[in-house]
Design a protein around this ligand. Structure first.
Ligand code: PXG
Ligand code: PLP
Length: 436
């Protein structure tokens, strides 16, 4: 390899370390990547929590190929194309029935910005323009744009970027190792963490608060699974106070938990729901915001010739993305992938990840659907270093995992078989035994 790596400033990457010993992927199919040298690497993280149907699936590839030759681009403002409408109808068949309107974006970050703007504007069109505050949660991840990092709760993503959005506050996170370590599925303790919202309501008054945004299961910040009853309690408090509840389902959407969405999985329906990633199986960038009909309808009151919501992207409803999404939904349907992460396979996955309990440095194992989190004790003074060593070791031995801080995250494609689970967890176990 004599490729020049200089010009590309890589995202969320230790650029200098990477360029000294690059990790390149050249091809992918099914559960595997291949490096330019032809080394096979098992994908334990569905790319970046997005390739839910596995790589290079024929119906998706063919849909994109055909679309590129048929309609490469169509302006989305004051114009439309058939697949954008077809996709919307297909999508809202999968969501809780109340979430029956969909607005397209190009990423999770854009979905979050869109949902936050919709929430504030919704109150304004209803004559409650004083409801402008946004409430996020500690250890939340909502993408990297200004709204998302403002409501987000990861200090590294926030501290470099000034004062962020005004009028944002955060409820506490739900991580409680002392009471909940090594829980299978939803932890038993901590529904009362939702009551922290009452504290912020007492401080700011409900009449100033537009919305609360949370990830039903926090992914990027280390696989934090909601305690039993927690999401129900958040929903109740929002309802009592006229506050909109936004679920950020960028990771949990499209089958990750063993149901189409976390909302369907937990039986708690938010007012708005953001998605991305699995909507196109990661093949073409796309995101979306689902909203309740009454939220959409609140905007539909002015003269008919006027634009109702001053928001949108050049690439909203991009034809290639719509085609990829339709091919993706076909694939999910053909293979019943959106519910594959429950039942026997999820049991097997849960048993496998929990078998890591007792290995060196492991202080917690968490799981839900086809998501696993393995939290390690940090090396004193070097947080994240131990998990990153494990990541490098697994990569050398042909398994791609993901780490955040000292938590290892597993989120394999939903087509995974038991033999792949054995390989991922076996490789991880060996790495844990070797690591300093
Ligand atoms: N919300 C949530 C809940 C996410 O997980 C985003 C918004 C932003 O989506 P985009 O498409 O703008 O990246 C995400 C993205 C990780 C990791 O390693 C997770 C994400 C992105 C990058 C890394 O956990 N999730
Ligand atoms: N910046 C400039 C100068 C633009 O003209 C546009 C869109 O027309 C944008 C940014 C926004 O780009 P996008 O719609 O792809 O988000």
């Amino acid at each position: 390899m004599h490729q020049d790596l200089d010009a590309y400033w890589m995202p969320f990457t230790a650029n200098r370390q990477f360029k000294k010993s690059p990790r390149l992927l050249a091809r992918a199919e099914g559960m595997y990547f291949w490096t330019p040298e032809g080394r096979q690497v098992l994908d334990g993280v569905a790319g970046l929590w997005c390739v839910n149907a596995g790589h290079a699936r024929p119906r998706i590839v063919e849909a994109i190929r055909q679309q590129a030759g048929e309609l490469d681009y169509a302006p989305p403002f004051q114009m439309g194309h058939p697949k954008a409408f077809e996709l919307a109808e297909r999508l809202v068949e999968l969501t809780p029935p109340e979430l029956s309107k969909v607005f397209y974006t190009n990423s999770g970050s854009e979905s979050v910005e869109t949902a936050l703007k919709m929430a504030i504007a919704y109150h304004r069109v209803r004559g409650e323009g004083q409801r402008t505050r946004l409430i996020g949660r500690e250890r939340g991840y909502h993408g990297v744009n200004f709204g998302g990092i403002s409501v987000g709760g990861m200090v590294a993503n926030r501290k470099m970027f000034g004062t962020l959005l005004a009028g944002v506050d955060h409820i506490r996170h739900t991580h409680d190792l002392q009471r909940n370590a090594f829980s299978r599925g939803q932890p038993e303790h901590g529904a009362e963490f939702a009551d922290d919202l009452e504290r912020l309501i007492a401080l700011h008054d409900a009449s100033t608060i537009a919305a609360v945004i949370v990830e039903p299961v926090a992914g990027s910040t280390g696989v934090l699974i909601p305690p039993q009853g927690y999401l129900q309690r958040l929903r109740e408090i929002c309802d009592q106070h006229g506050i909109l509840l936004i679920f950020d389902e960028v990771i949990t959407g499209f089958g990750r938990l063993g149901s189409p969405f976390a909302a369907t999985h937990f039986g708690v329906t938010p007012d708005l729901m953001t998605v991305a990633k699995g909507i196109t199986n990661g093949c073409v960038p796309m995101g979306a915001v689902f909203v309740k009909r009454q939220i959409h309808d609140a905007f539909m009151n002015g003269p008919e010739h006027l634009i109702e919501f001053f928001h949108g992207y050049t690439y909203s409803a991009h034809p290639l993305a719509c085609a990829a999404a339709l091919g993706t939904l076909d694939t999910y349907q053909d293979e019943a992938l959106l519910t594959r992460g429950r039942g026997e396979l999820a049991q097997y996955f849960a048993d496998a990840v929990h078998s890591l309990k007792g290995l060196p440095h492991v202080i917690d194992v968490r799981n839900i659907g086809l998501v696993g989190g393995i939290e390690l004790a940090s090396i004193a003074g070097a947080p994240g270093k131990r998990a990153f060593s494990i990541f490098l070791d697994c990569w050398e031995r042909g398994v791609l995992i993901r780490t955040t801080g000292d938590t290892i995250a597993l989120s394999p494609p939903l087509i995974i078989e038991k033999s792949h689970i054995d390989q991922i967890v076996g490789t991880l176990a060996d790495a844990l035994k070797r690591v300093e």
